[in-house]
Design a protein around this ligand. Structure first.
Ligand code: BG6
Length: 484
């Protein structure tokens, strides 16, 4: 991996929520772990005039209140001394030149590495990248490297994503581009690959012959408060499905790559995403929580879904006939992200069925991969209840991160992802073809919902488990949502 004599991380939009909540805490963490190159400087760029001190103070307050860490530690003070700020207009080439001169002034004469983090409104991505190009800030030279990190959402649909790609690729080579999806950086999501490909017991079962269905759920308790402007334009499918849920699905369903090399991994992800059949509207449910349209800023009569569920089919040899049920929503009863694999029933029941009612309780085997919170996994299987008779009961074999890795906190995904960008490892970042394959899955459904004749979103109660229509969709397939 390349290292440079001077490394700079430029955060466009450093005074925003993401920087305080995620980026600065992650960088501070890396500094404490000794994983930030010694020479690293952090430079913030945003519109308002502010002094370095004011920005450091703002970030200290931010990380202390939302970042869950203490900005009053002496280590923070030392870390914060490496943060400088420069104000400028994201649409003005001269301000990028000013920024470039600011960076060059302290970079010295050795090799330089720069990361540009676009933590700004998505409609500014293209402009920002184009201006970086116009100011000559994307050029790599010998040992000097330049990388750009682009937050999701990458485009609003396949067409706009392709247009954004053209703008990005006019300035940066694909190898310089890191499209971030923070789900992929989660420990438990990364562990899906380790779980599948470092163990031999599950892989032989990991196909249509043994798996009945796969469920992927990302349920949230929070509503959209504070983010209405963004959310009402976006909705749950663009916000959660096109990226996070499809990335998780890809890791569950992809073929084993030949190696852990970034492109080998991403080739397999793209292949499986391309094999997903677009869901028919009758195999999808969109819903809105009650009261959503009364939130200040929501367009009158908005049909933006805050919840969706859909059944996907993967047209390939491994998964033919296996339904993948995905759901995600806000303002629900609980926060929980998990994958539940349901295995087929035994072909012939020797005991259990046809006996007394207690004995007839045959539950399918399930493997539940709990991504957050209470990270872990468990495998449910049937057992004989001790004592006379043939009574049976489902029981569990459990692995839980807290118990097994006691004392080892699970790092936030931004820690891993920023470390990867610093080391130049794109494995966990979304390649352009990946993004397009994912848009191709959801675009037709979004278009169908956009049609004036489409039925309006169903309603569900705040704090509930979501709309009954999502349960009915599974019931039609002879299934139900499985608690992990
Ligand atoms: C973000 C979405 O990408 O992911 C948010 O924009 C969502 O709407 C969040 O709340 C969920 O992330 P996590 O890590 O809390 O599951």
């Amino acid at each position: 991996m390349q290292s440079a004599d001077a490394t700079t991380i430029v955060i466009f939009g450093i005074t925003g929520d993401l920087a305080a909540r995620k980026l600065l805490p992650a960088l501070f963490n890396l500094a404490c772990l000794g994983r930030l190159p010694e020479s690293t400087r952090i430079v913030g760029f945003a519109r308002r005039e502010r002094s370095d001190e004011e920005v450091r103070e703002l970030l200290r307050e931010g990380v202390t209140s939302v970042g869950g860490m203490d900005g009053h530690l002496p280590e923070w003070d030392e870390f914060a001394r490496g943060i400088t700020y420069i104000s400028g207009d994201l649409t003005d080439t001269d301000d990028y030149r000013k920024l470039d001169a600011h960076l060059t002034a302290f970079e010295g004469s050795g090799s330089t590495g720069r990361i540009y983090y676009l933590s700004v409104a998505p409609n500014l991505y293209a402009r920002c990248v184009t201006e970086l190009g116009a100011a000559g800030m994307s050029r790599e030279n010998g040992e000097d490297w330049r990388r750009v990190i682009i937050e999701k959402p990458f485009g609003n649909d396949g067409v706009s994503a392709a247009a954004l790609d053209r703008d990005v690729q006019a300035v940066f080579d694909e190898s310089q581009v890191y499209r971030i999806d923070h789900y992929v950086g989660k420990e438990t999501v990364q562990n899906l690959l380790y779980f599948r490909f470092l163990n031999s017991i599950f892989e032989p079962l990991w196909n249509r012959n043994y798996i009945e269905s796969v469920q992927i759920s990302a349920l949230e308790e929070v509503g959209v408060e504070g983010r209405v402007d963004f959310y009402d334009q976006t909705g749950v499918v663009r916000d959660m499905f096109q990226n996070h849920l499809l990335q998780v699905l890809a890791m569950i369903a992809m073929e084993p790559p030949n190696s852990i090399d970034a492109d080998a991994l991403r080739n397999e992800k793209t292949k499986v995403l391309q094999a997903i059949r677009c869901p028919e509207p009758e195999h999808a449910v969109r819903a809105q929580y009650e009261g959503y349209t009364s939130l200040p800023g929501v367009a009158p009569g908005s049909t933006t879904p805050t919840y969706a569920a859909m059944m996907l089919r993967i047209d390939n040899w491994r998964w033919q006939g296996v339904p993948f049920f995905l759901r995600s929503g806000k303002a629900l009863s609980t926060k929980s992200t998990e994958v539940v694999i349901q295995f087929r029933e035994p072909p012939h029941l020797l005991m259990g069925a046809g006996q007394d009612s207690e004995a007839a309780r045959i539950e399918p085997n399930i493997l539940a991969l709990r991504l957050q919170p209470d990270e872990g996994m468990h495998l449910r299987f049937m057992s004989k209840v001790p004592g006379g008779g043939t009574a049976t009961r489902p029981v569990d074999m459990r692995f839980n991160y807290d118990d097994t890795f006691e004392g080892q906190a699970i790092p936030d995904s931004y820690v891993q992802l920023l470390d990867d960008v610093l080391r130049g490892d794109p494995s966990l970042f979304t390649r352009s073809d990946n993004i397009h394959a994912a848009w191709a899955v959801v675009d037709p459904l979004l278009e169908a919902w956009n049609d004036g004749n489409a039925p309006p979103p169903a309603l569900y109660r705040v704090g509930s488990d979501g709309p009954s229509q999502a349960d009915a969709m599974l019931a039609n397939e002879g299934q139900r949502w499985l608690p992990g």
